[in-house]
Design a protein around this ligand. Structure first.
Ligand code: ZN
Length: 62
């Protein structure tokens, strides 16, 4: 599963079905800040289906 953090805007993969916190230790995002990559990619079809680990993907909903 791939996820996206709405606080640090980075993508990461996790074996967990739903991570409780951001993958990156320097980010204090919690479970409500983590979105599935699927839901992000659905709204922004220009994004890749598989995100790069640790890459920043700025929010594109304006
Ligand atoms: Zn984060």
């Amino acid at each position: 599963m791939y996820f996206w953090c709405s606080k640090c805007f980075r993508a990461f993969s996790s074996v967990e079905e739903y991570p409780f916190e951001c993958y990156f230790p320097d980010c204090d995002a919690g479970i409500y800040d983590i979105k599935t990559w699927e839901s992000i990619q659905e709204k922004n079809p220009s994004l890749p289906e598989i995100p790069q680990q640790g890459k920043v993907y700025p929010p594109q909903n304006r």
